[in-house]
Design a protein around this ligand. Structure first.
Ligand code: HEM
Length: 155
């Protein structure tokens, strides 16, 4: 069955998205503050973070189509919408994550077109910060009151 595999992949990919986003963000703030030159490595970090987020989006759509929680929600809505956890995955998680990845993509392509290193660092820093904040809110952390999921999953 594909569902448990998707869950493991989606869970693990979260750490890669999170880590690459933090790395690109750290590099951008550092470059912005220190007035550094924009190195190919900065571009690689930005592109890798955005690509991982796109991959996570695709896995997320697949998971959405296979999730028993989501299908239960749509089958028994509006009754099922009483459950905060079902509503979280069917509506809130998907919406916030799509908005977050769109903001990241716009920031990345805007930075790509800019010529000055300072502009590139600033654009990446600002867009990726908004994206990170949305991701932080939308991830079902084990301590989240909306929906709690494990830090890691294994097969
Ligand atoms: C950067 C984007 C995203 C991140 C970081 C992320 C992260 C996560 C994490 C950590 C989980 C918990 C996995 C587990 O239970 O082990 C999860 C669950 C889920 N995600 Fe995402 N997600 C993202 C985008 C999306 C998108 C765009 C969709 C839908 C199109 C989506 C659909 C789902 C669904 C349906 C579940 C729950 C599945 C279930 O328990 O049946 N995710 N997500």
């Amino acid at each position: 069955m594909i569902y448990p595999i998707l869950l493991v992949v989606h869970n693990t990919l979260r750490w890669l998205v999170f880590g690459s986003l933090l790395a690109s963000l750290g590099g951008s703030y550092w470059g912005w503050v220190k007035n550094s030159t924009y190195r190919p490595f900065d571009q690689t970090l930005r592109v890798v973070a955005t690509s991982l987020a796109h991959t996570q989006l695709l896995v997320g759509f697949y998971l959405y189509a296979k999730s028993p929680i989501v299908s239960y929600y749509w089958k028994f809505s509006p009754d099922a919408s009483q459950s905060p956890e079902f509503r979280f995955f069917a509506l809130i998680h998907i919406s916030l994550m799509i908005v977050s990845v769109v903001i990241m993509t716009i920031g990345s392509s805007k930075a790509k077109r800019q010529r000055l290193a300072q502009q590139k660092f600033k654009t990446t820093a600002l867009y990726f910060t908004i994206s990170l904040l949305l991701i932080l809110v939308a991830i079902p952390w084990p301590f989240s009151p909306l929906a709690a999921r494990p830090w890691l999953r294994s097969f």
